[in-house]
Design a protein around this ligand. Structure first.
Ligand SMILES: NC(=O)c1ccc[n+]([C@@H]2O[C@H](COP(=O)([O-])OP(=O)(O)OC[C@H]3O[C@@H](n4cnc5c(N)ncnc54)[C@H](OP(=O)(O)O)[C@@H]3O)[C@@H](O)[C@H]2O)c1
Length: 299
């Protein structure tokens, strides 16, 4: 307890209360907003926050899956879990989240940006609209949500943003070129804004797991790439536990697992002319599955 309050004081060393700005939040309660919360890592993270007693706003597109996820969380953790079916790439998504927060007399204390998609195959094999859809989701929507909710967090000097990056953000990834580039952006943005807001009470973390056992790889059509056979995927629950813990401590980059931090270091320090062909060999779609994701909505 003593330790956590010392950490909290250090985290807020430059924060000064602005009574007029704080008055806006008087009588409101904190909630955690999780995008991509209906399944996979987002769902597992929502469960971790719920286990710690956070009330939740859960965002994803498919209402049935989302409602079922919310139902399970409410029943198991006895917290509020409010489903907001929305596509975060659409302009009305933020308004829908704000409406749900207002209806519960709440503010977004923590934002977890987990909604994301991948694209497997050669860059030129993807239709332009699939590439733009990925950028819209992994880059634009994530940035817009962070830009929208961070000012309030800064005023309150609490909470923060947990962005889903990837080990893939550490180096270029042939055959998942746009996806890897999008995650490099997430890493860069998160670390830079974390530096800008240091000492103001908010935490900005990038969670960068290696392959995780979710439907993500099947959706993007990479199931038969070598990395799917050679790299043992982590569980979404394990990644969420590491992500939650790292975020609680205010780590700027969280790389879960024992080997992954070494992989991240190697990807950073080894010359690209060595690293990139290895990654390309691991990611290259084998067989016919590579382009399955071309026209799909979900990634
Ligand atoms: N799985 C991995 O190996 C891995 C590794 C490193 C990083 N990551 C990153 O971790 C994050 C989560 O991955 P995951 O494995 O949990 O993926 P997942 O199992 O495919 O889940 C994706 C979630 O995002 C939601 N979603 C997708 N598009 C959306 C949109 N436009 N608007 C709102 N919600 C949307 C999905 O629900 P709907 O389809 O109903 O919208 C679902 O809840 C992603 O950012 C991914 O890049 C994953």
């Amino acid at each position: 307890m003593m330790q956590s309050s010392l950490l909290e004081s250090w985290r807020r060393r430059w924060w000064r209360a602005d009574p007029a700005a704080l008055a806006v939040y008087a009588g409101l309660k904190p909630m955690t907003v999780v995008t991509g919360a209906s399944e996979g890592i987002g769902y597992a993270l929502a469960c971790r926050f719920a286990a710690a007693g956070s009330d939740l706003i859960l965002v994803a597109r498919r209402p049935q899956l989302l409602n079922e996820a919310a139902e399970r969380i409410r029943a198991h953790y006895k917290v509020e879990a409010v489903p907001v079916p929305a596509d975060v790439t659409q302009p009305e998504a933020i308004a829908a989240i704000e409406t749900a927060l207002a209806a519960h007399r709440a503010y977004a204390d923590v934002l977890v940006n987990s909604a994301g998609m991948g694209l497997a195959g050669e860059f030129l094999s993807h239709p332009p609209e699939a590439v733009l859809r990925l950028l819209d989701l992994n880059v634009r929507a994530l940035t817009e949500l962070m830009r929208h909710f961070l000012p309030g967090m800064r005023v309150r000097g609490r909470g923060g943003v947990l962005n889903l990056a990837s080990l893939g953000g550490y180096a270029p990834g042939p055959y998942q070129a746009v996806y890897y580039a999008s995650k490099a952006y997430v890493m860069s943005l998160s670390e830079a804004v974390a530096a800008e807001t240091a000492g103001e009470g908010v935490r900005i973390s990038a969670l960068a797991p290696g392959p995780v056992n979710t439907g993500f790889h099947r959706k993007m059509g990479s199931e038969r790439a070598f990395y799917r056979y050679l790299v043992v995927p982590a569980s979404a629950e394990g990644v969420a536990a590491a992500g939650y813990r790292g975020f609680a401590f205010g780590w700027r980059v969280i790389v879960p697992g024992i080997l992954n931090p070494f992989m991240a270091l190697a990807m950073r320090v080894m010359p690209h002319r060595i690293v990139i062909p290895i990654i390309g060999w691991l990611l290259k779609p084998r067989g016919a599955q590579g382009n399955d994701a071309r026209g799909q909505v979900n990634g």
